[in-house]
Design a protein around this ligand. Structure first.
Ligand code: ADP
Ligand code: ZN
Length: 519
């Protein structure tokens, strides 16, 4: 009796049953058909090509952009008794020759190769002699400039189907927006391919957005409450990772930072310590996490706003891979949006590309500012309809109410008008609340009619409402004038009483339901 895919799953990977879609995808590949697989990170994409590779004669060539991960993946396969190797610039030329020889004589089932290596020298010509049966294109969104991680070297993969029309292709990605998906098929020349979309819903992850004030303090109390539970904090900058890690260390937690500026030995060491639970908290840039196989990460915090929903989703997806309840927290304030917008505007991208990046950022903003179930918003991004509210996000637990905030808006806007549109967030709040601090006194702002008109609201409430006013476009901000607030046509209508404003009621964290006390 011949060996089945179930046997292979059990024998080589130790699992009893397939996850949804895996079996169908494997059948399709075994039938020599092209396909595109969209599955969230940790969803189990690899076995979709590894099992066919084991079952079929000949060689499966796996194209992967992440040189650092190839070695781990190949070692894992070898550890399970599967003949695999990789070809990339980290090998000496003698080692590369050795691998090419193994491929030629048919000793290998899987060969991992970086795209730049595939198209350098005469590797591409050698492929003809290697009895290639299947191309697996991992991180396939890298081929599309619509995706969030375009890599020009991936573009050359559009030659594959032209040069090897009979070899089937399986493209895999965790990025699934419609445009990128169509572009992947087009670029690879596999428009007819069957597309498999696994659910992106991860109900065990709680989704939470917290106001981005006193972040370090909030994090310390969060880590304290998540006693001993492993977690990851993502920061925008390398410096940020170091600062946050130091603050946690000073508070007595086992924390370390991780970013691409560290020597590789140190990075491996930190990673290793985290895997073994010797370190509880990793504070990292996005450089951390690709291919980290730690199933019991209990929480992920975003210290800064990610640039797009795909990256955000991938990063929170590193929590709770074992299916147990896990928490995700995004810190958010209007400054995060400004920082990201500046980064896009100051980048070297084409105007068209900038527009795309702004659109992607905007989707992230919608998530952060949601006043409906956050999971609905997240999943709608991946074109997945949701039947009902999730019950496991902060909005579901604390339904938002809107109220007529015209008077609040008028107070804030007149504060801006009376100071000749020169003040930014901190000063405006001080004026509204009537704080007689040195800066306020220095400018004589304590003599303004608006001084103290907003003493009934706390500073955090004002910050929240002013952010909402900015986000709803009824006032502006000048990035190039130390973020001073500006009035626009809508502001003037509100000041004249010609226009009403609704805002979402602020709920102090101490009054939010159950779950929030743990955050
Ligand atoms: P992806 O590439 O989609 O991020 P992986 O292929 O690395 O995900 O798989 C994530 C984890 O799920 C791995 O530890 C893998 O061994 C495991 N896995 C894959 N398929 C199954 C299965 N059918 N049953 C149980 N675990 C599985
Ligand atoms: Zn919800």
């Amino acid at each position: 009796m011949s060996i089945t895919k179930q046997d292979v799953l059990k024998k080589y990977f130790g699992y009893d049953s397939f996850r949804p879609q895996q079996a169908e995808i494997i059948d399709k590949v075994m039938d020599n058909q092209d396909c595109l697989v969209l599955m969230p990170t940790g969803g189990g994409k690899s076995v979709c090509f590894q099992i066919p590779a084991i079952l079929r004669d000949g060689l499966t060539v796996v194209i992967s952009p992440l040189i650092a991960l190839m070695k781990d993946q190949v070692e894992a396969l070898r550890g399970n008794g599967i003949n695999a190797a990789f070809l990339n610039s980290s090998l000496s030329s003698a080692e590369q020759d050795q691998v090419m020889w193994q491929a030629k004589v048919g000793e290998l089932k899987l060969l991992y190769i970086a795209p730049e290596r595939l198209f350098s020298g005469n590797t591409f010509d050698f492929l003809r002699e290697w009895n290639v049966q299947l191309f697996a294109i991992d991180e396939a969104h890298c081929i599309s400039s619509w995706g969030h991680d375009f890599r020009p070297e991936y573009r050359q993969l559009s030659n594959l189907k032209l040069r090897f029309p009979d070899v089937s292709v399986i493209a895999l990605t965790a990025t699934a927006d419609r445009v990128t998906r169509r572009d992947i098929l087009k670029q690879l020349g596999i428009e007819h391919a069957e597309t498999y979309i696994a659910s992106f819903n991860r109900p065990n992850l709680s989704l939470n957005v917290l106001p981005g004030r006193k972040r370090i303090q909030q994090i310390q109390s969060f880590v304290y409450k998540h006693d001993g539970q492993p977690g990851i904090i993502y920061c925008l900058s390398r410096k940020g990772t170091e600062t946050v890690a130091a603050s946690l260390q000073n508070a007595g937690f086992k924390a370390a930072f991780y970013h691409a500026g560290l020597p590789s030995e140190q990075r491996s060491k930190v990673q290793e310590q985290f895997l073994k639970d010797d370190i509880q908290v990793i504070v990292a840039t996005i450089a951390f996490g690709m291919g980290i196989d730690k199933s019991n990460v209990r929480w992920v915090i975003h210290y800064n706003l990610p640039s797009n929903v795909e990256s955000f989703y991938q990063e929170i997806g590193r929590a709770g891979r074992d299916g147990s309840p896990s928490d995700t927290v995004l810190f958010y304030s209007y400054m995060d949006i400004i920082t990201r917008q500046d980064m896009i505007n100051n980048s070297e991208q084409s105007e068209e590309q900038k527009e795309l990046l702004h659109a992607k950022l905007n989707r992230m903003k919608q998530y952060a500012e949601a006043d409906i179930c956050r999971r609905r918003i997240l999943l709608s991004y991946f074109n997945e309809a949701v039947e009902k509210d999730c019950g496991n996000c902060d909005v579901c637990r604390n339904p938002r109410t809107r109220f007529d905030a015209t008077v609040i808006a008028q107070k804030a806007l007149s504060g801006i008008a009376r100071t000749d549109q020169k003040v930014a967030m901190g000063m405006l709040i001080d004026i509204l609340r009537g704080s007689r601090n040195r800066n306020v006194l220095q400018y004589g702002y304590d003599r303004l009619p608006t001084f103290g008109v907003g003493h009934d609201l706390r500073g955090e409430e004002w910050a929240e409402y002013i952010s909402q006013l900015l986000n709803s476009g009824v006032m502006d901000i000048a990035y190039d004038e130390a973020h001073a607030f500006k009035l626009n046509a809508a502001s003037r209508q509100i000041l004249k009483g010609e226009r009403k404003v609704e805002l979402v009621k602020f709920i102090p964290i101490s009054e939010r339901k159950a779950k929030e006390e743990e955050l």
